[in-house]
Every structure is written in structure tokens, then in C-alpha cells.
Write a protein that binds this ligand. Sequence first.
Ligand SMILES: [Zn+2]
Length: 311
Amino acid sequence: MDTYIAVDVGGTQLRAACYPKGETKPLLQKRTSTHGKDGSPVDRLLDLIATVWPDHATVKTIGVAVPGPTNHKQGILYRAPNIPGWENLPLVQIIQSRFNTRAALGNDANMAAMGEWRFGAARGHQNVLYLTISTGIGAGVICDDRLVLGQNGLATELGHITVLPDGPVCGCGHKGHLEALASGTAIARFVAEQLAKGIPSSLSQTPNPSSRDVGMAAENGDPLALEALTRAGRYLGWAVADFLHMFNPSIVVLGGGVSQTGPLIIEPMRQAMSERVMSPEYLHGLTIATAALGDNAGLMGALALAESVSK
Ligand SMILES: [Zn+2]
């Protein structure tokens, strides 16, 4: 029997699973913390892969989702902000030399996009725009049945396109990027600024309200919380209209915690998209969906990657 091993590397947790070829139910799956007393994160990762290695089957490929930018050609992780010391890490070479099996890696947002495309909300689509909206905004794009990677694997960082040239400072240090206007961090920051100005809100009783708190207050009809989500949704819609012009997808999949506020952010997004799109054909047959795989998106994407490089 042929199998694939999928690995999801997070800043706090490592997960690995072994899947028989053509199946999405794992034979074995394990998880452990990324940081621990016994061994470096790389040692812990290699040990975890060994624990899901099948006894009586061949592993064709090991697919790995990592939390940072990667060069898919060289098999290198450029950096992982939550794992100190992981810089220019030749992870594919490290895994291949330990297990003598082909390995491939991709960044977590791209892997989540692949997971949703192969096994989740975007199954059957050939052109997919995936956005994950949580503390930051990540993205992955499938164009004509291929993941868009670019020369050095750095394509489709769609959270870092300029929406307001003089807007708030982004996590990357530049001004007015989409992430600085529509991420969970941006939503929480907008609410904090309005509260500091004395705008009345049920959130004035909550110390440092998070975007999740804002989502709950909005569901209860709080005007400031509703405004914060409408504002973020509008910026998102402007940006998505631009992405429709670039990629002409048949589905937009929204993942991450913020998209779980559902219509409160998606409706203003939809409205702004239809206002900004250059012609109505971009919206014909366009599906807008929330992600289906939840926490498993990275793992399933790593499986999809392993399968795709084995073809
Ligand atoms: Zn940025």
C-alpha cells in the first residue's frame, strides 16, 4: 500500500498524519507541542513524523505546511515568526535525509487554500481565491488548476496590498495594507480608538476587546461593533474586487476566525465588491463560501501537496 504523510507546523503545535493513497481518513495521526525540553523544534518534528510512519506500507511523499514564507523550489523556509531560529531552514533536505523519502513544503495559507480546493469548500473549482482573516490576513490562489507560487514562492501575499496609502501601519511595517484595515487586529484597533474617543458601546465594559468580542457585540446589535465589521468588510470587498480582476476566480473561500462572524462582514464585503468591480461578468456564477476544513486545513493542504508532487 502507498501512503502520504502530511505535517502541519504551527508556532505552538505540530501535527502529523499518515493517509493511504486516495483517502482522507488517516491511518495514524499524532500531535505534540512545537517547543519542549526534549529537543529543538526540528528534532521534535522529525520524531513526530517517525511516530506516524506506517509499519507495512510505503510512504510516497511527506508534505509539510509551515508558518512562514517558503521557497518551494529549494525546499527552504525563509523564516517562521513564531519559531525563533528558523531562518533559511532547508527543511525539505533535513526531512529527506532523515527518512530517505521525497518531501515538499508550502506556507500555511497556501496549504489551507490547497486543502479547501482538494477536499473542502472549493472542491471541483479550477480557479479559487482563498483568504484567511484572523490576527493577520493570509491568502492562497489556485489559477487554472495550479497553486500560484511565483519565482521564489512568494506570490499572493494578498494581505499586503495597499488599500489606503496613508492608512494605519501594517504588521509588516508598511502603511494602509489590507491586513492593517480588515484583519482581526485591525478591527480590535479601530474599536479601541473609537472607545478612547468616548463613542458609546457595550464594549466599553470589556478590557481590551478582541475581534471576537467585537463579533459577539455586533451579533447583539452594538452599533460600534457593527460599524467596525461593516468597515472591515468594505475594505475587504474593495480588495477582493481587485483580486477578481487579477485572477477571475469562480469561488472566494473565507477562512480564519473573523470570517466566522458571517454575514455581518460578508454582506458589506459583497456590496463593496459589486460597487468596485469593473464589469459584472466577474460576479457571474461567483460563489462566496466560508472555509470547510477548520483546524484541519493546513494538514489537508499538506496532504494535497504531497499528492500533487507525487503525480
Ligand atoms: Zn503589510
